[in-house]
Design a protein around this ligand. Structure first.
Ligand SMILES: [Zn+2]
Length: 259
């Protein structure tokens, strides 16, 4: 083998090792975390003891490699646990998963303006994953984070929504097509289902959040919120979507019990 090729392979190997095999630091969980999770996170409350231990381990892992910064607000233990739960719920079915495209989370006391972050768009924003210079960053509104977990009878959860964008982004694009998670044979059925369901929403014939018509990425994120917040209803109203999403997320979400 030419020396240059050896060098290329060695460099690629080292980069791969540094990025993907770096040892994961486990974070300490705040005092009383079990009580906080049980009280505030319906998903956690609804899984068995072995599941709870796995959930806690994933939280420790996630908090080991992300930093949460409060912007004009203090980050409380509960804020930290809700943010981590938003990240763990979509990856709960995966034995190994790290959000390599996330390092910092900015938590805001209210909604924020996209203009502030020089990102195209308009209106009130409750959460966002960064691109360009904001790469590896997520921005969340505290009230939206709490609404997501406080109301278990709706189909919305901003924290989960933003983390699902990151899963989608794992293949490089936030496009509603999580190539890393979807086996090839499901590509066409998935894209067809998205197109059909967006047409239903536009025609007023769907109970999926209207925001999903914006594009395929938003469709995937709002459908995932519904999938995790109201799995039984989602399965009943959207059996084909439900079925494909259990394949994407490799889990049947627990039917959530009220607190
Ligand atoms: Zn979105």
């Amino acid at each position: 083998m030419a020396p240059i090729l050896v060098l290329v392979f060695m460099t690629a190997g080292i980069v791969f090792f540094l990025l993907y095999k770096r040892p994961v630091k486990m974070a300490e969980l705040p005092n009383g975390y079990r009580e906080l999770l049980t009280e505030h996170v319906a998903f956690y409350r609804s899984i068995d003891e072995a599941g709870k231990i796995r959930f806690e381990k994933k939280i420790k892992e996630l908090l080991g490699y992300i930093n949460i910064h409060g912007v004009k607000t203090e980050v409380t233990d509960l804020d930290t646990l809700l943010i981590a739960s938003s990240g763990v719920i979509p990856i709960f079915g995966f034995p190994e998963w790290k959000y390599y495209n996330l390092r910092d989370i900015l938590l805001y006391p209210g909604s924020f303006d996209e203009v502030e972050f020089k990102i195209d768009g308009e209106g009130t924003v409750l959460g966002m994953v960064g691109s360009g210079t904001m790469q590896q960053m997520m921005i969340l509104s505290k009230p939206a984070l709490y609404n997501g977990f406080g109301n278990t009878s709706d189909k919305e959860n901003t924290g989960i929504h933003e983390f699902v964008h990151l899963l989608d982004k794992e293949d490089g694009d936030v496009d509603g097509f999580p190539a890393a998670l979807l086996e090839k044979q499901y590509t066409i059925p998935w894209l067809n289902l998205i197109a059909d369901t967006i047409a239903e929403i536009k025609g007023g014939r769907s109970d999926i959040n209207i925001y999903g018509v914006k594009n395929k990425a938003e469709f995937f994120a709002v459908a995932a919120e519904y999938f995790f917040e109201q799995p039984a209803l989602f399965k009943k109203n959207h059996p084909d979507l439900y079925n494909l999403m259990t394949k994407i997320f490799e889990q049947n979400p627990p039917h959530l019990s009220q607190s």
